[in-house]
Design a protein around this ligand. Sequence first.
Ligand code: SF4
Length: 192
Amino acid sequence: MGIEYGGSGVSPGFAPRLQNASDEERLLEGGVVVTRLEAVVNWARKYSFFQYPFVTACCGMEFMSVAGPKYDLDRFGAALPRFSPRQADLLMVVGTISHKQAPILVKVYNQMTEPKWVFAFGACAVSGGFYDNYSTVQGIDTLVPVDVYVPGCPPRPEMVIDGLIKLQQKVAKEKFSDWPRGAAPVTPACKL
Ligand code: SF4
């Protein structure tokens, strides 16, 4: 019994080539894809970020802009914010973090399931910005591990999208052995 391929989507000349192919080639031409499990999992992860927006200050306006229809984060698979840390894997830290807020940020990070990534959105999250004072955390990387830093006061939506693409590139190169990272390396002294 011959192999018949018809219908749309089959390129001309495909069926004759398939008739003459070896069993192995026939399997491959029939839609079997050979790849690494790690590559497939990373591919799925990088196009399905669920953000937890930790929004504290004026950068939040820019975050709303980038999340809106004009810039359309759906194109990157990162449109759906989740307001439960256990259902999110991308912590977007948007705005100034005070020492009083630090324990809450660490708690939210620790409650997120792994794998999880952290995005420092704006100069204040990256380094404290121009708030070089006693009450402001001088960069969220003193509290939690940060994967992407996007400076700017506030950053333009294009910069945020560029940071997101860089995060996708980073996720694509990760190994299973990179996880779990464990709890945040600090425990802020202040009690909730
Ligand atoms: S970086 Fe600028 S816009 Fe963003 S929270 Fe700080 S002061 Fe506000």
